[in-house]
Write a protein that binds this ligand. Structure first.
Ligand code: ZN
Length: 404
């Protein structure tokens, strides 16, 4: 495996600047293209699974986090509050409180449940500068988050469906889980003191894991302050594990925010919140993808999906036409012309790009292109239309294969 910090800079994906600050990376155009493809995948997968997206601000009043419990259980990880006109504003350390407030802003019938609210939103953590580096420990985080408001009877099915979304995403991304972990509370005062609640939520998650058939291990001291969670762990090149995806059950915040729905009996009932993230933070997900693939991303994620190689300057017009057609289909393509060196040198330079489209004199004359794949496969010249349609279909299907 590779070091994403080194590779990320070499491939012009992201960087940092002391003037912006430690733990605050910025994304260069190629990194932004990967991130955009990933975010689009997530939004589409969530839409298909019945989620609806919202946007909420990255900060809120201190009181919001006092109600959610973050202030008393989690303030060590939060930025210090900002004084603004006699009020204290806080950069949010999670999206849950905003989503709870959004849920509360409208009345809900049991018929609307499970209500699945998703957001790819910003949040902030005051990581110590000593542990910062690359995309894995950052102070500004873009989280793939969602909260499912449901009845107690619906919790297990929602948690199961979330695990399924996580599995499908890992297949599309070409990555694997190192381990599933049932994260339980440990000693110390950082957990909500309600033994009955912990027992109920742990029983549900245990059942979901047992039924899913995946091997897992229980670990104390890893739960969220409000409830236990299933964490999907991934490993880096050195075998160090980190949590990418998570499914959590929360009976606590619905009480704190006074959430309810109107049941079939016409009375008010308390929903349960399932917190879940398919790929965790976009930063950590991209760091892992860079390391797992060594920069050779699946075609649908690659910053450049096709590099077009006119053999000589004479084929440049055909190369330009092909590039415009790629752009029209939403494919990310670039031309590497003869000024960049010999054909062999240009092929080597594009070794991480999924497809290399070679256009020589014969191809130009006959409307053909010769496709070479990243794995070294050289395909016979085919009509440009046909090659484009195949590549577009492969990308559309988010296949991890280079050819159908
Ligand atoms: Zn949450």
């Amino acid at each position: 495996m590779h070091d994403h910090r080194k590779l990320g800079r070499e491939l012009d994906l992201f960087d940092t600047d002391p003037l912006i600050g430690a733990g605050l990376p910025y994304w260069l155009p190629d990194g932004a293209a990967v991130r955009h493809a990933l975010e689009e995948y997530i939004r589409t997968a969530e839409q298909r699974a019945g989620y609806r997206h919202v946007y909420s601000p990255v900060l809120g009043k201190r009181e919001l986090y006092e109600i959610s419990g973050h202030w008393s259980h989690y303030s060590d990880d939060m930025f210090p509050p900002m004084d603004l006109g006699g009020e204290q504003m806080v950069l949010r350390p999670s999206l849950c409180p905003h989503h709870a407030v959004i849920y509360r802003s409208r009345s809900h019938s049991y018929r609307e449940l499970p209500l699945r609210m998703a957001e790819l939103g910003g949040m902030y953590r005051s990581e110590l500068s000593g542990v910062l580096g690359g995309l894995t420990r950052v102070r500004s985080i873009q989280l793939n988050d969602a909260h499912i408001f449901c009845t107690p009877d619906q919790v297990a099915e929602e948690a199961r469906a979330a695990l399924e979304l996580i599995g499908a995403a890992y297949r599309a991304l070409g990555i694997g889980a190192a381990r599933y972990r049932l994260s339980l509370p440990g000693p110390g005062g950082k957990y909500v003191d309600d033994p009955g609640m912990w027992q109920r939520s742990t029983a549900v998650l245990t059942e979901v894991l047992d039924r899913s058939g995946v091997p897992y291990e229980a670990a104390g001291g890893e739960a969220a302050f409000y409830g236990p969670k299933i964490d999907v762990q991934v490993a880096d090149g050195a075998g160090r594990e980190s949590t990418l995806s998570t499914v959590q059950i929360d009976f606590h915040q619905p009480v704190r925010f006074g959430l309810h729905y109107i049941g079939a009996d016409g009375a008010k009932h308390r929903p349960v919140m399932v917190h879940r993230s398919i790929i965790g933070s976009v930063e950590r997900a991209v760091a892992h993808l860079i390391e797992a693939h060594g920069g050779a991303f699946p075609a649908w994620l690659a910053p450049t999906q096709l590099v077009i190689l006119p053999v000589s300057g004479a084929e440049l017009p055909e190369a330009e036409v092909f590039a415009r057609r790629c752009a029209g289909l939403g494919l990310r393509a670039g031309i590497a012309g003869p000024e960049r060196g010999s054909l062999g040198a240009r092929v080597r330079e594009a070794r991480l790009v999924p497809g290399q489209v070679v256009i020589g004199a014969r191809e130009a004359a006959e409307g053909l292109v010769a496709l070479r794949l990243r794995d070294g496969t050289r395909l016979d010249p085919r009509p440009a239309d046909e090659v484009l349609a195949r590549i577009a279909a492969l990308v559309e299907a988010r296949s991890i294969e280079l050819r159908a």
